[in-house]
Design a protein around this ligand. Sequence first.
Ligand SMILES: Nc1ncnc2c1ncn2[C@@H]1O[C@H](COP(=O)(O)OP(=O)(O)OP(=O)(O)O)[C@@H](O)[C@H]1O
Length: 413
Amino acid sequence: MAISTVSASLSVHRFPAKSSAAMASFFFHISKTKTPLTPLKINRRSFSFASVTNPTTGTPYITRFQVRSVAATAEAVAGFDEMSAGTQRKYYMLGGKGGVGKTSCAASLAVKFANHGHPTIVVSTDPAHSLSDSFAQDLTGGMLVPVDGLDSPLFALELNPEKAREEFRSASQKNGGTGVKDFMDSMGLGMLVDQLGELKLGELLDTPPPGLDEALAISKVMQFVEAPEYSMFTRIVFDTAPTGHTLRLLSLPDFLDASIGKILKLKQKLASATSAIKSVFGKEEKQEDASDKLEKLRERMKKVRDLFRDTDSTEFVIVTIPTVMAISESSRLHSSLKKESVPVKRLIVNQVLPPSASDCKFCAMKRKDQNRALEMIGDDPELSGLRLIKAPLVDVEIRGVPALKFMGDMVWK
Ligand SMILES: Nc1ncnc2c1ncn2[C@@H]1O[C@H](COP(=O)(O)OP(=O)(O)OP(=O)(O)O)[C@@H](O)[C@H]1O
């Protein structure tokens, strides 16, 4: 897709106050500008936001996106209206145990944002991707794909974590991995080799720590959404990897930051050691390029860490199911997220049995179990303070935009 002549402008329309809440509507216009923007490749199809048609169905997108903003009291802050209010960009990360419904919740939230006028991107950084299945559309190309069947722009992306890891490997190996080690060995700089040992870099490269893939994937997303061409996207929803990965991801940026910092320091020492060394660095330009790459990687990691902790723009939503095991894990997850200063406000308990007048024996047992797990939430110091969202177990597979819209209307109120 090429976005070559488009920019976004914003105008605000105030509505009379309704009861206690002041209502405002923001109309988001996509208008032509004389300033050309870099063409973007989005799923190899040509797309202009000025013409605003869905490239797959040929149906026009609405060109005025309405975003409802509610000036709410503190207790009302946690509903969907609050999530949808304003045109400042917000990031939502949905995480929890494997198979609890993270992808369905993330995809349904993205659909709801888009239907409320937010140009939205939904990204999967879960190595076990199911976003394509959820949207019933192939999203595996590593590029943004317009989601079919919506009147507002919603783009989806499944990132290939393997690819991101390979990029890291090649950048690191050039900069501080075997390349530097061999070089230092050959120069007899034993004391620096000792220092290298401390970095455990070989270990890092051979068996990348869990969370690295996802941190790299998220940093990749950050890289492109920060480009001016993407400034129109006001909501970015992440379908994250299961709990363990997320937690490791949070401590990873600090670890990488320290390791990469040490590598770069070592390189500086080496570069200035002797003129002989400098002459060996004959390919100085190439070395510097590689150092730049590693330095950029470090900056990207810092951005991921900062993004996760930014209370103004980011919220981590915990998704769970009503079983004792899942609730216990969610409690531990929230405790860890708190320690890492990651903002959490909501807990989705998915797949709750809907009310029924005539339970079979199996359903009655199941309901009893679920009620016990749900009661745990109220007594849990980690979870009781969160806004509890119960999402019913439905009898159809949640697949495709109409099903996701249906789910979104049940979950995100
Ligand atoms: N409320 C629900 N009612 C019925 N089925 C549901 C519900 N929520 C999710 N599902 C189904 O459960 C399955 C797993 O959901 P989903 O892929 O969203 O979970 P996940 O947590 O992202 O899994 P993974 O960790 O494997 O990526 C899917 O088949 C989905 O359609």
